[in-house]
Ligand binder design. Structure first.
Ligand code: AMP
Length: 289
């Protein structure tokens, strides 16, 4: 596996593969790899000939007072994990390489970026949409792989690709979880042992939402109440807990509408902010491992 730090070096690295008609897969990440990241790399390996992983802690998607400075960074460990997963190229540019002096262009998505994470983290999705657009332009992949763990992000990326006619297929991969159900996240490393035990509250809430729907509940308010109640024993309160259309992210009042419903949840466990979600439908549940 080669590590490339500039756009020019990465493009040169990929040029011969592209000329030879080999397909290129991209997995955009911020590093601190866990099994969720590895699952995307493995999926990319299965579906494309040359796998590029980008490792870039994108400052523009962190708000003031968020954890940019504290974000876990260990490029050497990440490189070993990526290499073991069969990744061909690690693109690890500096902030100046991606956002040189004079940079002044932003990709903004409107409605899809407003609710949920967008409401809690102003500007976050501008940062995400802009950097993902750049990474897609830099790498020129045939397929790019994202996690369902960040459901709103995946939806926004799909929208950007359609709206800006970027020639790439977006694949969204299932959420990889710890044995107790906690969604894997680089931010789980912030959790003290007692917080780590309480962090399972998010998954328990989503389980309770799923169980309520399976038992016939169709009112979103009641489903959300059941979910919130399931978190209480852990002393964890949701920042938001919303039942929304998985296509538009608009709130749904009843579960019997057509199409999938996203149950989206964010909560702080101690100082650490975690998110999770599941997809449900009136007839069956999915989005589960
Ligand atoms: P991050 O490094 O946190 O920006 O994540 C990079 C990619 O990995 C994003 O597409 C995430 O949605 C995805 N990802 C993060 N956590 C998980 C997980 N537990 N399971 C599957 N994919 C994940």
């Amino acid at each position: 596996m080669r590590t490339l730090r500039t756009v020019t070096a990465l493009r040169a690295e990929l040029a011969s593969a592209r000329r030879a008609g080999r397909t290129i897969g991209l997995v955009p990440t911020m590093g601190a790899f866990h099994a969720g990241h590895v699952s995307l790399m493995e999926r990319a390996k299965q579906e494309t000939d040359v796998v590029v992983v980008s490792l870039f802690v994108n400052p523009t998607q962190f708000g003031a007072g968020e954890d940019l400075a504290a974000y876990p960074r260990d490029e050497q460990r990440d490189a070993e994990i990526a290499e073991a997963a069969g990744v061909d190229a690690l693109f690890a540019p500096s902030v100046e390489e991606v956002f040189p002096d004079g940079f002044q262009t932003t990709v903004t998505v409107r409605e899809l970026a407003r609710p949920l994470e967008g409401a809690q983290r102003p500007g976050h999705f501008d940062g995400v949409a802009t950097v993902v657009t750049k990474l897609l332009n830099i790498v020129g992949p045939d397929v790019a792989f994202f996690g369902q763990k960040d459901a709103q992000q995946a939806l926004i990326v799909r929208r950007v690709v359609r709206d800006l006619d970027i020639p790439v297929r977006i694949e969204v991969c299932p959420t990889v979880r710890e044995p107790d159900g906690l969604a894997m996240s680089s931010r789980n490393a912030y959790l003290a042992p007692a917080e780590r035990e309480r962090a399972v509250a998010l998954r328990r809430a989503l389980d309770a939402a799923e169980a309520a729907v399976a038992a016939g509940e169709r009112e979103s308010v009641a489903v959300a109440a059941a979910a919130q109640q399931a978190m209480e024993p852990y002393g964890v309160e949701p920042e938001y807990l919303a039942l929304v259309s998985a296509a538009t992210l608009q709130p749904v009042e009843r579960i019997d509408v057509d199409g999938e419903i996203l149950v989206a949840l964010a909560a702080r466990v101690g100082p650490t902010r975690l998110i999770d979600n599941i997809l449900i439908t009136a007839n069956a549940t999915n989005g589960r491992p």
